[in-house]
Design a protein around this ligand. Structure first.
Ligand code: HEM
Length: 210
């Protein structure tokens, strides 16, 4: 949708609020989770009122993140289905890194990399939720045999590592592609940004053929 001569609407305010709730809870979870992962990071519990409070708050933050991420993913999944062009884009990742956009196939609302990362996020969220409930001592852990809890601890750590690495890439890409942060802060992008990075989406929402 065009909101001025130069600006296009990419995210409505409810979508942005939803995204930033996910992002804030994710950062708090990563900090409190790393604090339990290795004693050298235990000092991070200071931000949460000390060790016991960090331990109490962490799973509840997880519940908020999973619920808010589910809402975000429900809004976004349709736009993240991989197309033949996306697969070509992924095979040409070398051209992406070298900024040779003229060689790449047309990109829709999201590029192949964003879409793959979206499904990685979904998988990690599911694994974090399932393993997190199994090791939530206050309510559920004692219903599971110790072997299952041990596996769950490993799954939880691996899924958290993959998600943290994925989100670092997500943040890097949001900064690297100039004009992208504005999409999630103000909700808008310039026509030039859309035409250059997401031409298929640009053509669809403006109705222009070029
Ligand atoms: C913490 C800092 C974060 C920053 C700076 C950030 C930035 C952004 C930006 C700029 C966009 C718009 C991209 C575009 O329209 O092309 C976006 C989209 C999105 N972000 Fe984030 N984000 C952050 C964290 C997260 C987290 C923690 C998650 C989920 C675990 C997340 C999930 C998403 C999703 C699902 C989209 C829509 C893209 C898609 O559906 O493929 N973001 N983010």
């Amino acid at each position: 949708m065009s909101i001025s001569n130069n600006l296009l609407l990419r995210y409505r305010s409810a979508e942005r609020a939803n995204h930033w709730l996910v992002a804030i809870t994710f950062i708090l979870l990563a900090l409190s989770g790393l604090a339990f992962f290795d004693p050298s990071w235990f000092w991070l519990t200071t931000f949460f009122g000390g060790g016991p409070w960090a331990r109490i708050i962490h799973p509840w933050l997880g519940v908020v993140m999973v619920i808010s991420f589910t809402a975000l993913a429900t809004r976004m999944w349709r736009h993240n289905l991989l197309t033949a062009n996306d697969r070509r884009w992924l095979r040409q990742i070398g051209d992406v890194a070298r900024n040779r956009e003229e060689r790449l196939p047309e990109v829709g609302r999201y590029n192949g990399g964003q879409k793959v990362l979206f499904w990685i996020m979904i998988s990690c969220m599911f694994l974090l939720l399932a393993s997190g409930l199994i090791i939530w001592y206050q309510y559920f852990a004692l219903y599971f045999p110790v072997e299952v809890r041990r596996i769950a601890v490993v799954v939880h750590a691996v899924a958290a590592f993959v998600l943290i690495a994925g989100i670092l890439v997500h943040i890097y890409a949001a900064i690297w592609v100039r004009g992208t942060m504005g999409a999630m802060i103000r909700g808008t992008v310039s026509r030039a940004w859309a035409k250059k990075h997401h031409r298929g989406w640009y053509r669809k929402i403006t109705g222009e053929s070029e």
